[in-house]
Design a protein around this ligand. Structure first.
Ligand code: GLV
Ligand code: MN
Ligand code: MN
Length: 414
């Protein structure tokens, strides 16, 4: 074992500084893809990478690669990484702990005198969060080839602006075709992340090692009814898109509760009605529905049930329905020998650990399709995430960074 000393105070200071680069004031963190805050956040992280002596490049969708060149730079590099974009009303640790934590892990390894045989690459993924285009893991989907460049090019945001328009204005050059990486490009990928669940804290365990990531999916529904004057249109004459949407949101809850699996979860997280005036019958509704499960079969049965119920509700109410399956992803299975390697590192360092499932998705969901992958989880207070009061202590993060550093060192040694 090497003598790796992590500077937890410096890391916490950097986490706090990055949190101030936000579209909303503290304690809220919001960094929507390619917003001014996202771009400034990227510059902040790139400066830290440069200071740490890493060589920077970026691909056509804005995934950033920061490389510590190894003794034999002709060998495939090992990789770590996460994201710094943040949903509206987020906290400061989701994704950030894995990016800034990886920079600190590299600095700690350098300080210890360690020199990697293989290069070590830190990837800061573009748009892990489904903010601007409603699709999560945009960068890692393209990297892994799960999302094709032609499909990605059709993505539109709420204002009808394309991915190409956004990425070009953010300074990303090259074709989306060039983003894909070959299978086996990295012999190892390890992502450090906060747990975003209560298990580690409840069980008083320092580290989670991810064996599987639950299967996510997203439906987008556009409902078109008939608008009109709230006073003049009598109830039997109405085709209210908002009421049809409300019924669908309740049908989502019923469908996920009815699969027989306690792991099926469904959330209607986007619910917008137009024109949004108190004295006007909603003529349009837009829903985005997130459905997940550790098992693909029960997730799929919930999806089918939601689609069938939505069609029935809209037919009954005389509302037109357009449904798009934005993403329907399989679960990811992590690499057993890499899971064992992280477990061995924990044992050697005397750190308690638990092998577990991730209910949240991560860029690892897609990296696992092209290279042996796992994740290192850090406990977070009350399991809270996607909220401004998300919290992991500097000591909890320090432990995660130490385990990451040692895992990277061993993986890059030969
Ligand atoms: C990632 O942020 C997720 O929604 O699981
Ligand atoms: Mn998140
Ligand atoms: Mn995340």
């Amino acid at each position: 074992m090497m003598n790796i000393s992590v500077d937890k105070n410096r890391l916490q200071k950097e986490i706090d500084e990055l949190a101030l680069i936000s579209e909303a004031g503290p304690p809220v963190v919001t960094r929507v893809l390619f917003s001014e805050a996202d771009l400034r956040g990227r510059e902040f992280v790139k400066a830290l990478c440069r200071d740490a002596g890493l060589v920077l490049r970026a691909d056509a969708v804005g995934n950033i690669f920061a490389r510590w060149n190894g003794v034999d730079d002709t060998l495939p590099a090992i990789a770590t990484g996460s994201h710094i974009d943040a949903i509206p009303n987020a906290g400061k640790f989701d994704g950030v702990a894995g990016v800034l934590g990886a920079i600190e892990a590299i600095r700690a390894l350098k300080k210890s005198g360690y020199r990697p045989h293989r290069s070590i690459e830190l990837i800061i993924f573009t748009a892990e969060e489904p903010t601007r285009f409603g699709l999560g893991c945009l960068g890692s989907r393209l990297l892994s080839g799960v999302l094709g460049p032609e499909k990605a090019a059709t993505a539109l945001d709420r204002e009808g602006k394309t991915l190409d328009e956004w990425r070009h204005s953010a300074g990303c050059t090259g074709s989306l075709q060039s983003v894909r990486l070959p299978k086996g490009c990295y012999p190892t990928f390890v992502e450090l992340h906060i747990e975003q669940g209560p298990v580690l804290e409840q069980e008083n365990t320092a580290i989670g090692i991810v064996e599987k990531i639950a299967a996510p999916s997203t439906l987008r529904m556009q409902l078109t009814g008939v608008g009109g004057h709230a006073g003049a249109v009598l109830m039997p004459e109405r085709h209210d898109a908002g009421l049809a949407a409300a019924e669908i949101a309740l049908a989502v809850e019923r469908a996920v509760l009815g699969t027989g699996s306690p792991d099926t979860v469904g959330t209607t997280g986007v619910f917008r009605i137009e024109p949004g005036a108190v004295n006007s019958v909603p003529f349009r509704a837009l829903l985005e529905i997130d459905v997940r499960d550790t098992q693909e079969a029960t997730r799929n049965s919930a999806l089918a049930e939601i689609e069938a119920k939505a069609a029935e509700i809209c037919q009954r109410r005389g509302v037109a329905l357009q449904t798009e399956r934005v993403n329907v992803d399989p679960p990811a299975v992590c690499d057993p020998s890499l899971v064992k390697k992280v477990a061995d590192v924990c044992s050697q360092l005397g750190v308690s650990y638990k092998k577990m499932i991730s209910r949240a998705y991560h860029d690892t969901l897609f990296m696992a399709q092209i290279c042996p992958s796992t994740m290192i989880f850090i406990p977070c207070r009350g399991g809270v995430s996607h909220r401004p009061d998300e919290y992991s202590s500097p000591e909890q993060i320090e432990t995660g960074v130490r385990i990451l550093a040692q895992t990277l060192a061993e993986s890059a040694a030969g």
